[in-house]
Design a protein around this ligand. Sequence first.
Ligand SMILES: Nc1ncnc2c1ncn2[C@@H]1O[C@H](COP(=O)(O)OP(=O)(O)O)[C@@H](O)[C@H]1O
Ligand SMILES: [Mg+2]
Length: 230
Amino acid sequence: MLERSDHLVVKDLNVSRGEARVLFDINLHLAPNEIIACVGRNGAGKSTLLKSICGFLPADSGTVEGHGQPLSGLRPYEVARLGVKYVPQDKRVFSDLTVRENLELGSYASGDYDWDPVISFFPKLKILMDRKAGHLSGGERQMLMIGRAILGKPKVLLIDEPTEGLAPIIVIHLKHVFKELSKTAAILIVEQNLPLVCAISQRVYALKEGRFVAELQGDQIRTDVCEHYL
Ligand SMILES: Nc1ncnc2c1ncn2[C@@H]1O[C@H](COP(=O)(O)OP(=O)(O)O)[C@@H](O)[C@H]1O
Ligand SMILES: [Mg+2]
């Protein structure tokens, strides 16, 4: 099941927060050009999973590999440099900096100063360049976060609840962006919007109380995802 060519392989991952174990024996793989989703109730451990993969939370045990290289124990910036980028749930941008300055920081961190792909995915950012990020709408902020994440042309994108609270028209736009991005990257998305999950995911992992209870593929996603989400 675990292929050498997988962009991301998580094996037997156990993670605690404080005294409490939150993730139990998580096994996951993500192939090039795949979009996979992780679904589950609030508190199931979805954000903990992404944070642990990208180095923000240490694991109690288990391993994470990105493109054949061990990521376990690396700092977040080291994980990012290896081409695994994380878009957190809390839409964290530098509020006092402009869109341009936020992108410049992303360029500085990744060494990638080519903003053409960012603008081609999110043309609106071009007219917002001089706006303070703190004054952006939720949708614009998400565009900035994803735009910043794709600097450096990552091989893996981990995206936590990108459509939370966004207008349907922006969700449709993001759906196209994710499909397009998957031509060059593999994407693991945590998402509550089940129609979006069904529309873009090749596989879906259902997380319940810190354990994967199902892995859905193909038609199973449409028929069974609601059951596992509840
Ligand atoms: N900062 C934190 N410190 C301690 N426990 C936390 C923290 N954040 C989340 N948790 C706990 O970890 C568990 C999983 O949370 P989380 O990964 O955020 O779930 P999800 O993203 O699926 O809603 C929950 O029981 C939550 O209470
Ligand atoms: Mg979460």
